[in-house]
Design a protein around this ligand. Structure first.
Ligand code: NDP
Ligand code: OXD
Length: 321
């Protein structure tokens, strides 16, 4: 029997994420089924049962009338959810240890960077200035994580182990050992009030768009042991109001930011973020996941599906994540 074709819809990406590289990987891990790269012109759209996608063009997936499952090759599905023609089949996202571990590294790195006054110390080095400032212990600093899902909960535990006071905020109530958990609109202000370093690991949905704005920044701990609160965003650029970030850095509402994601990516050359002394910028690589692991994960999900088992990490279309 002809196994359902897996179609790959891959756009953009680095050499390691190129369409051809993905095709070779999937041919290896799905050796018993045809793997069709959209654009190579050889496949029959009616035979396609599965699609693995990275930044597909809006409408592209609607070409497959017999599609059963869509696999997004990343964790965030906001771009797919914005496509009104997205086929109404299960949409599976990536949630694997390799990605989580890399995001935890990013969060720990940037929390420590701000806690240990790295911006000040690097500037001192450039100016040959031997002038250490008082250093608070980790236990004096409250880190607040927006989003206590796969990524946020793991980062929370790692920060807890380093001695920080850690809180988190999510949609539904959570219980995580040693982490103060807040939820819903009603819990947001209390969560912000105690937060010195805010880490955002939310998905981008209509409810969270531009949630990182001046009103929210003004509610962070105004008596922070850090000179002013710090924001770290590795969720999505659409979560942040970029004009507000710049204005709040300039008037002291915020002390510094670390940004991995932006409203427009790649970040335009004329963005003030590139040169702002209080911005630590990375090019959306907080969790640059191993593609071999991702292709094996997708192959495992297809095997589960065909064995009649439940798919894992399926998006809830009503919630949008
Ligand atoms: P999850 O779906 O596991 O977790 C999302 C969390 O956000 C959940 O705790 C959820 O609450 C909470 N949440 C969602 N909406 C709201 C809301 N309106 N109010 C309060 N809390 C809310 O996602 P992941 O942890 O796997 O990933 C999070 C995001 O990180 C991705 O969507 C993606 O955008 C981004 N990402 C960025 C990467 C990068 O390299 N920069 C790499 C990978 C992901 P609840 O638990 O109650 O549902
Ligand atoms: C993702 C990402 O969503 O890379 O996985 O941002």
């Amino acid at each position: 029997m002809n196994k359902g074709t897996l179609a790959l819809l891959i756009h953009g990406g680095t050499e390691n994420w190129s369409a051809e590289r993905w095709k070779r990987r999937f041919e290896e891990v799905c050796a018993d089924r045809p793997v069709w790269l959209l654009g190579d012109g050889k496949g029959d759209a009616a035979e396609v049962r599965y699609a693995a996608v990275w930044k597909p063009a809006p409408g592209e997936l609607s070409a497959f009338a017999n599609l059963r499952v869509i696999f997004n090759l990343g964790a965030g599905v906001d771009a797919l959810m914005a496509d009104p023609s997205l086929p109404k089949v299960p949409l599976v996202r990536v949630a694997i240890g390799d990605l989580t571990q890399r995001m935890t590294e990013y969060v720990v790195l940037h929390v420590l960077m701000h806690h240990r006054q790295e911006l000040y110390l690097r500037a001192s080095q450039r100016e040959k200035r031997w002038q250490p400032k008082f250093q608070w212990p980790a236990g004096a600093i409250s880190v607040g994580i927006m989003g206590l899902g796969v990524l946020g909960s793991e980062a929370a535990l790692a920060l807890k182990r380093l001695g920080f006071r850690v809180a988190g905020w999510s949609n539904s109530p959570k219980k995580i050992d040693g982490v103060d958990c807040f939820d819903g609109k009603a819990g947001l202000d209390a969560f912000l009030r105690r937060t010195d370093i805010l880490v955002c690991l939310l998905p981008l949905t209509p409810q969270t768009r531009q949630i990182l704005n001046r009103d929210l920044f003004a509610k962070l701990n105004r008596t922070s042991p850090l000179a002013a609160p710090v924001v770290i965003n590795a969720g999505r650029g659409g979560l942040q109001n970029e004009a507000d970030i710049l204005a709040c850095l300039d008037d002291g509402t915020l002390g510094a930011v670390s940004l991995d994601v932006y409203a427009t990516e790649p970040l335009p050359h004329d963005s003030p973020f590139w040169t702002h002394p209080l911005v630590v910028l990375t090019p959306h690589n907080a969790a640059d996941t191993d593609p071999d692991e991702i292709s094996r994960y997708v192959a495992r999900q297809i095997a589960r599906f065909e064995a009649g088992e439940a798919l894992e990490n399926v998006i809830d279309p009503a919630r949008g994540y």
